[in-house]
Design a binder for this molecule. Structure first.
Ligand code: WQD
Length: 323
């Protein structure tokens, strides 16, 4: 069988760069399309073909699709939920218009398989825990809505044009490559783990804990943190699944276990052997007390479960990049 040609949008970004390394390791022909707004050249696998371009630019998409693309992995999106509430247009343009451009280009070029970075943000505040895929969707930030809007479009493109897709609803993606292949850290992080590591590295003096008065055992919010290498493995399995079964797939990617903010800080201190100072400040708007995935469906359909997502392993993997 000929090698598959796989287009990875955002292949220089945080999750995309990890997945590209795994795809190259498995000998696929990888074509990256990245505009380097957040992506970093140092994280690009040399075995991949790199196109510097944008999903909003038709010529750039045409250049990418000249490579007879079989499968698209789509990571090129904005992902800061807070920012999406003050600048929705930025998110509408890239996350919705850009993705629709990509889908239209797939139809034009008879590309049938699409792997989509969706998010637990599609669920909004949980009505029950753990959150399974049948939980009602009700995004509470515009970012989450953009992901849901694309899931709905994928459903239509699947019905009308035969595109098979995997919508992967990530919980809290974190960590860095266990094998140390990724060297460049995310710029201006807004998420807890990179902020904790910046404090450990002395890049910032302390962290702010957003509220310790939630109805959780220690009062801080609980999240389901999932290592980026585990996410990457799930992407490759999802591609195999939709190609083999010729059917689309919608799954949560999480561990089924939750950690509080205080637990994260304590574990980080031990794992990297540095003091991490913090102040407890007021709650951040839009933070639910607890978010935990049911990962049963991913286990049943993909035989996937997290391997590197214990918190100590997560922080140790980050220490290689930060310290
Ligand atoms: C985790 C916990 C904060 C920073 C976000 C997106 C979501 C999804 C995953 C992509 C929360 C607390 C954080 C800090 C803190 N993204 N915190 N001090 O908000 O659970 O989810 O990433 O799909 O859509 O919203 O992740 O890492 O920002 O926060 O106390 O400086 O850490 O309050 O409880 P979140 P996070």
């Amino acid at each position: 069988m000929e090698k598959l040609n796989i287009l990875v949008t955002g292949g220089a970004g945080y999750i995309g760069s990890h997945v590209v390394h795994d795809l190259c390791d498995q000998n696929f022909n990888v074509i990256i399309l990245d505009n380097f707004s957040l992506g970093q050249r140092v994280n690009v696998d040399e075995r991949a073909k790199l196109i510097e371009g944008d999903i909003l630019v038709d010529d750039d998409l045409n250049t990418a699709f000249e490579n007879k693309i079989d499968v698209v992995f789509h990571f090129a999106a904005w992902k800061a939920a807070g920012e999406s509430m003050v600048d929705p247009s930025k998110y509408a343009k890239n996350n919705i218009c850009g993705t629709l451009n990509l889908l239209n280009k797939m139809v034009e070029n008879n590309t049938n398989y699409f792997i989509f970075s969706s998010s637990a943000a599609v669920y909004g505040s949980p009505q029950y825990l753990p959150i399974d895929e049948n939980h009602p969707v009700n995004p509470e930030n515009y970012y989450g809505y953009t992901k849901l809007a694309i899931e709905e479009n994928l459903n239509w493109f699947s019905k009308l044009k035969g595109i098979k897709y995997a919508a992967l609803r990530y919980f809290n993606a974190t960590g860095y490559d266990i094998k140390g292949r990724i060297k460049g850290k995310e710029r201006n992080p807004a998420n807890l783990c990179p902020i904790v590591m910046e404090a450990a590295a002395g890049i910032r003096s302390k962290i702010q804990v957003f509220g310790d008065d939630y109805s959780t055992p220690d009062g801080t919010c609980i999240r389901d943190y999932i290592h980026v290498n585990d996410l990457s493995t799930a992407h490759l399995k999802a591609m195999n699944y939709i190609m083999k079964n010729k059917e689309s797939l919608l799954v949560n990617l999480g561990t089924g276990k939750g950690q509080s903010v205080f637990e994260m800080i304590n574990t980080a201190e031990k794992a990297v052997n540095r003091k991490i100072s913090y102040d407890v400040v007021g709650r951040r708007a839009g933070d639910p007390a607890e978010l935990i995935a049911s990962s049963q469906k991913a286990l049943d359909l993909l035989n996937w479960k997290a391997e590197y997502s214990d918190i100590e392993t997560i922080f140790k993997s980050m220490a290689k990049v930060y310290l």
